[in-house]
Write a protein that binds this ligand. Structure first.
Ligand code: TYD
Length: 204
């Protein structure tokens, strides 16, 4: 496929503040004259949003959770992400496959080989051009989460779970430092925006 757009993902533990920054990234790119699509995972398509409701609110086996994440991702890639990139749009996704490694492997303890097998099946070598990883110590994230709206299944997990999720994200960043850029989410919004702008300029 002749792809001209770029795929940027934002990720990190719940409460790291990535949602604040996705609008900034979209605005910045639009000011450069790019067509920008903002989307999220799990979700991004009508079927994916239905799966999201189940994933966030229904109890299920950890492998079922992983499989549904990738079912939603398959639909997302086929219906939205790949067609948008093919016509030259830039796609921003609030979470992507790094979240499956962090939450389902790090958090739930599923073997990484399982995620890797699904990733190969669904993505066929495709991966983001840039991932902004918002990193924050679990106690800071926890305080931000409790200040927000009612908690979903993931947000009700204990601090130990979030320590493992965070570590899994950091391990992924260490293994692929070119794609995954770690941002310290304790910095001010202005500092983070300056750093994000620098990273976008490298890519644009
Ligand atoms: P989140 O971005 O936190 O939504 P919101 O900001 O509206 O609360 O995403 C929902 C949850 O889904 C989040 O707790 C992490 C989880 N998740 C996984 O466990 N695995 C995945 O592959 C993805 C994409 C998300």
């Amino acid at each position: 496929m002749n792809m001209t757009g770029k795929f940027i993902t934002l990720d990190g533990v719940d409460g790291a503040g990535k949602s604040t920054h996705i609008a900034f990234v979209a605005d910045w790119l639009r000011r450069q004259g790019r067509e920008v699509i903002v989307t999220r995972e799990p979700g991004g398509t009508p079927l994916g949003e239905t799966l999201r409701e189940l994933l966030l609110h229904r109890d299920m086996d950890a492998d079922t959770e992983l499989l549904l994440m990738f079912a939603a991702r398959q639909e997302h890639l086929a219906q939205l992400i790949l067609p948008a990139l093919a016509r030259g749009a830039w796609v921003l996704s609030d979470r992507f496959t790094d979240a499956s490694y962090a939450y389902q492997c790090g958090g739930r303890g599923i073997a990484a080989e399982r995620v890797a097998a699904l990733e190969a099946w669904v993505q066929r070598g495709f991966s983001p051009d840039l991932t902004l990883l918002f990193d924050v110590p679990p106690e800071v994230a926890e305080a931000r989460r409790s200040a927000a709206r009612a908690a979903d299944r993931f947000e009700r997990e204990a601090e130990l779970f979030y320590n493992r999720v965070r570590q899994a994200y950091l391990d992924r960043a260490q293994a692929d430092p070119q794609r995954i850029r770690v941002l310290d989410a304790r910095h001010t919004i202005a500092e983070l925006q300056a750093e994000i702008t620098r990273l976008l300029q490298e890519l644009a």
